[in-house]
Design a protein around this ligand. Sequence first.
Ligand SMILES: Nc1ncnc2c1ncn2[C@@H]1O[C@H](COP(=O)(O)OP(=O)(O)OP(=O)(O)O)[C@@H](O)[C@H]1O
Ligand SMILES: Cc1cn([C@H]2C[C@H](O)[C@@H](COP(=O)(O)O)O2)c(=O)[nH]c1=O
Length: 214
Amino acid sequence: MGELVVVEGLDGAGKHTFTTELVAGLRAHGASVTTTAFPRYDDDVHAELARDALYGRMGDLASSVHAMAVLFALDRRAAAAGLRAALAAHDVVLVDRYVASNAAYSAARLGQDAGGEVVGWVRALEVDRFGIPVPGHQLLLAPPREVAAERARSRAATEPGRARDAYESDDGLQARTDAVYRELAARSWLSRWTVLDDPAAAPSALVPALLHRC
Ligand SMILES: Nc1ncnc2c1ncn2[C@@H]1O[C@H](COP(=O)(O)OP(=O)(O)OP(=O)(O)O)[C@@H](O)[C@H]1O
Ligand SMILES: Cc1cn([C@H]2C[C@H](O)[C@@H](COP(=O)(O)O)O2)c(=O)[nH]c1=O
């Protein structure tokens, strides 16, 4: 049985870049690795609707914190059987964003902390009710907020079709989400966590620790 390893962090934290390098590092050490990213915009209708909402194309849907969280959760529910099959076939299943994204962003939107009601609600919905696989290890990619924000801004300016969405352009939300993520990590929410707050941290440095567990 493989280990479900999750990469979490703010918009622009560098999760996609980090995940790609970590996959290469794990494979170079002989591990069998598969990877996926949530939201699965191209594969799941709930994720597609969430994206439309984040870009203001779904009326007042995005104004409901719980409605947005349910869409993201339904995307993971639909992916759960595939994740279980991947865990049976690989040493590591590496996922870019997972259930902690729902917990952190929902709590931040509601002005709650990691001990607040909505974090418990997300866990009850996704883990207890939908039965999604529980992460074995969560990595919080946490460069200084200004670094993540600048990356998201410059990506929006240079990559066609990558304009910042409602969450990415809300600096206050990003700041509160950063705080909730750090608290989730400190509380070992759902799994052990490793916080990576050096923006120059090399993903390959994590390989021995991750493979030790396989
Ligand atoms: N370590 C790094 N140093 C410099 N630039 C980086 C680094 N990591 C990522 N970037 C750049 O920052 C931008 C955002 O990176 P990336 O897409 O990996 O972030 P992300 O966390 O997956 O973002 P999002 O969740 O918003 O999709 C990209 O343009 C990427 O090339
Ligand atoms: C998976 C997931 C995501 N979110 C939030 C986080 C981001 O601001 C947006 C879109 O994600 P992307 O990585 O920028 O494409 O949605 C969330 O609130 N809950 C989730 O489960």
